[in-house]
Design a protein around this ligand. Structure first.
Ligand code: ZN
Length: 164
């Protein structure tokens, strides 16, 4: 069964930063020691470049895919620096370059610390992976039809999926 919209794919992935020719560095993240990731295709559940690369493959396929920044977490945007009162960070020790999760009006958001002042902190609101090309090594484990309920909800149910 081929991967297409409204099917559920289980796959293992290993994520690298940069393109395949630049590799040799350690993986940023891998699902190999965990259960495979399960995704409902065609509902925006993973970055667009990876979703597109999965389409048409089937269980047993193994391949690598390069994803440009624009098809991953987007390009970095200028002007996304924000000054935040230090008290919002609690007691944690802050250093430039550090990534922290900040509770905002829009919910928790990963930000990067730019500058730490006496009472305020400048943070960069770009996604930490913004502007980065990524490489995934993929192994497709299984492909199945999604249930009507999964399609309606836009995500996977059952084992390894969304629990209600
Ligand atoms: Zn649901």
């Amino acid at each position: 069964m081929k991967i297409e919209k409204d099917r559920v794919v289980s796959f293992h992935y290993t994520l690298f930063e940069g393109r395949v020719s630049e590799q040799g560095q350690e993986a940023l993240e891998s699902s190999k020691e965990r259960e495979p990731l399960q995704i409902l295709i065609g509902h925006g559940n993973i970055i667009p470049g990876l979703e597109k690369a999965l389409e048409g493959h089937e269980a047993g396929d193994a391949f690598g895919v390069d994803v440009a920044a624009a098809d991953a977490y987007g390009e970095r945007r200028d002007g996304l620096t924000q000054r935040v009162p230090k008290k919002h960070f609690g007691a944690q020790r802050l250093e430039p370059g550090m990534q922290v999760v900040l509770n905002t009006n829009f919910g928790p958001r990963a930000v990067t610390i730019e500058k730490v002042g006496m009472s305020v902190v400048d943070v960069d609101l770009n996604h930490p992976m913004a502007g980065k090309a990524l490489h995934f090594d993929i192994e497709i484990v299984a492909v199945r039809e999604a249930s009507a309920e999964e399609i309606e909800h836009g995500h996977v149910h059952g084992e390894g999926g969304h629990a209600h």
